[in-house]
Structures are given as structure tokens and as C-alpha cells.
Design a binder for this molecule. Structure first.
Ligand code: GTP
Ligand code: MG
Length: 333
């Protein structure tokens, strides 16, 4: 499967990865006919790995199958799913050396992230409405076009817009402020409006296809969770929603690895007007989104139009905060 291919070729970023290699589907599992496949899919089990980690009783309940059948399906999935292999620490270090960092326009925000927004990573930016998530998306899109010596990636951008908040005028303003021709900037940012979560997922496939001919360095999903939140309502929908989100994020991570690109996803916080002492930093999508993200930035508004970004649970950086502002020219200290 493609995921394995990506990690096996860890030393060689130039290697061509065939992302079209057919993946095994639930139909390939022993004892799974069309009806059972349908049940598995309806319960949100599209991936063998998702099945392989279930217990027979859990799978039986969620997919409405018998326990014996479930046990057989799980055993098959364990054999066929790509559980992943081990690679040496030095191979991983070599791969880390290819990581590039993108400036945000705010040196304090860059510093918080250890020098900028990294490739081969998913950065989740979450916070309440108006906290600046979409502004960060626009600014990073513009900065991705900058040459390497100016903190950019000299690359192209795919922007999945789920809330219809992408503004070309804003891109033009920010581009001009950093000395990029606004027309060039707009030409290198490829925008798609996602109409629902299924469409959003399909657009990632489209990026996979298009990135063979385009030097994609930044992928933005703004917002990652709004469609999922609106479509999957109620307790019974939580498991399928999380499974879909999990798969979606894995595909995004794969794109970031294959292309040595940065993935930026935005997410809102849960509004809990009734819980005065509830954790305000709880984001939608819960553990699945939090785990799948490499870096998590929590944004909040402060006095005088300032924004505070807090780095949360980073694998290799200290937790901390940075203050920045959103100006007409874009993100600044
Ligand atoms: P939701 O998507 O609603 O959750 O919010 P968000 O976090 O994406 O907020 P967004 O990034 O859209 O931030 C909006 C804020 O950015 C506005 O309230 C302004 O403070 C600021 N902003 C947006 N455009 C401009 C601009 O052209 N000039 C200035 N000075 N500020 C701007
Ligand atoms: Mg927004």
C-alpha cells in the first residue's frame, strides 16, 4: 500500500511513489461478499487497518455482523493490512534533514514553531471564530510562493475551502506587501470549494493526482471539520465520523510526506456556553484530529487586535506562546 511505500523510501525523497497502486478493499477480505462489504462500509470501515485493530465484539456491534464472522474478518484484515514496518533511527534522521520551514510573517510565531511551519507535517490551527485561522491560511499560501532565501518554498498551493471564506483580494494585498506580483500569487494558488465532507475527501484524491505534475508545497483545508460536524449528528454518528476524519487525515499526511509539503488544517473549538470551567481549548474532532496532527496551535484573541498562539503537545518543541497581529498587509509581530 502507498503508506508503506512512502516510509520505505525514507532516504530518497526523489523516488517516484506510485500513488495509483490499487489498494486492497474490504471486498478482498476472506468471507466478505457484497452484502457484508456494504455493512462494513456503512459502519465506516473502509480501511483494512481500521478493521484489523477492532475486537470481534466491537466489530460485530458496529457493523451489525455475527461475532464469528467478525473474528474471521479481523483475522483476514490483520494479515492483509499494512501494519507498517520499522526503520532505523538514522534513516529517520536523514528524512528529518529534508524538512523545510516556512515563515509566517511573524517572527515570534516562527520561533514558537522552531523556525517556521514544517514540511512533512500536519499543523492544526484551532480557535474560536475570528481568531485568525483563515488569515494564517492566506498568509502561508502567499509565503509559500516566496523564494527559499526569503523563508518561502517557491512552490504551489492547494486550498480546500469549505466555508467559502477564501478571498483572492486578501491574497493580492498580502502578496503585494511581500513583493510578489498579485497575479503570480493567484496563479499559483489552486482553490476548490468543498460542498460536503465527501467532496472534501474527493478533493484530496484530486490533489494526489494533480501533484504529480505540480510542485505542491502547501495544502490547506479550511475548515477540516465544519462539514463533518454538520453532517454527522448525534451519538450514533460519532464513530463513523471519526473513522472518516481519521482516514482523511492519513491521506493528507501521506501527501505531505510524498511531496515534502506542509498541510495546514483549521478547526473550531467546541462552544460550551453552559460549562463555565470547561476546557476552552477542546477542538472539534477530538483525539483523532489531535493525534493525526503533528503540531497544534491554539489561537485566541487578545487586546488591541492581537492574537495569541499557543503550541500544544509538540513532539520536539517546548509548549509556549507567541503574540502576533493581523494587519492589512498580513501577519506581523
Ligand atoms: P472562523 O472561520 O469564523 O472560525 O474564524 P477565523 O479564525 O478563520 O478568523 P479569520 O482568520 O477570518 O479572522 C478574521 C479577523 O482577521 C477579522 O476579525 C480581522 O480582525 C482580521 N482581518 C481580516 N482581514 C483583515 C484585513 O484586511 N485587515 C486587518 N487589519 N485585519 C483583518
Ligand atoms: Mg475561517
Amino acid at each position: 500500500m502507498t503508506e508503506k511505500t512512502a516510509s520505505e523510501n525514507i532516504e530518497d525523497e526523489e523516488i517516484v511513489i506510485d500513488v495509483d497502486e490499487p489498494e486492497l478493499t474490504v471486498e478482498d477480505l476472506p468471507g466478505v461478499g457484497p452484502a457484508t462489504a456494504e455493512k462494513l462500509r456503512e459502519a465506516g470501515f473502509e480501511e483494512l487497518l481500521a478493521i484489523a485493530v477492532m475486537s470481534p465484539s466491537e466489530l460485530a456491534e458496529q457493523a451489525e455482523l455475527g461475532e464469528a464472522v467478525s473474528a474471521k474478518i479481523i483475522a483476514g484484515a490483520k494479515k492483509m493490512a499494512n501494519i507498517g514496518g520499522f526503520v532505523s533511527g538514522s534513516a529517520l534522521l536523514d528524512r528529518r534533514k529534508t524538512v523545510q520551514k516556512l515563515t509566517s510573517g511573524s517572527s515570534s510565531l516562527d520561533e514558537l514553531l522552531g523556525g517556521g511551519f514544517e514540511t512533512q507535517a500536519i499543523v492544526e490551527v484551532f480557535g474560536e471564530f475570528g481568531s485568525g485561522k483563515t488569515q494564517i491560511g492566506h498568509q502561508l499560501a502567499v509565503n509559500t510562493i516566496l523564494p527559499l532565501d526569503k523563508g518561502g518554498f517557491d512552490g504551489e498551493i492547494f486550498y480546500i475551502d469549505t466555508e467559502d471564506t477564501f478571498r483572492p483580494e486578501r491574497i493580492a494585498q498580502m502578496a503585494e506587501a511581500v513583493g510578489i506580483d498579485p497575479q503570480e500569487a493567484l496563479d499559483r494558488i489552486h482553490v476548490a470549494r468543498a460542498y460536503n465532507s465527501a467532496h472534501q475527501i474527493l478533493l484530496v484524491d484530486e490533489i494526489k493526482r494533480m501533484s504529480k505534475n505540480i510542485e505542491v508545497k502547501l495544502i490547506i483545508v479550511d475548515s477540516l471539520t465544519s462539514h463533518f460536524r454538520a453532517e454527522y449528528i448525534g451519538r450514533g454518528m460519532l464513530a463513523p465520523r471519526q473513522q472518516k476524519l481519521n482516514k482523511h487525515m492519513k491521506e493528507l499526511k501521506q501527501l505531505s510526506d510524498i511531496n515534502n509539503a506542509l498541510v495546514l488544517v483549521t478547526n473550531q473549538v467546541m462552544s460550551k456556553p453552559d460549562a463555565m470551567w470547561g476546557d476552552p481549548t477542546k477542538a472539534i474532532g477530538g483525539h483523532i484530529v489531535a493525534h493525526a496532527s503533528t503540531f497544534r496551535l491554539y489561537l485566541r484573541k487578545s487586546k488591541g487586535g492581537r492574537r495569541i498562539a499557543r503550541l500544544i503537545d509538540s513532539p520536539n518543541l517546548p509548549d509556549g506562546e507567541a503574540v502576533f497581529t493581523v494587519t492589512t498587509e498580513g501577519l506581523r509581530d
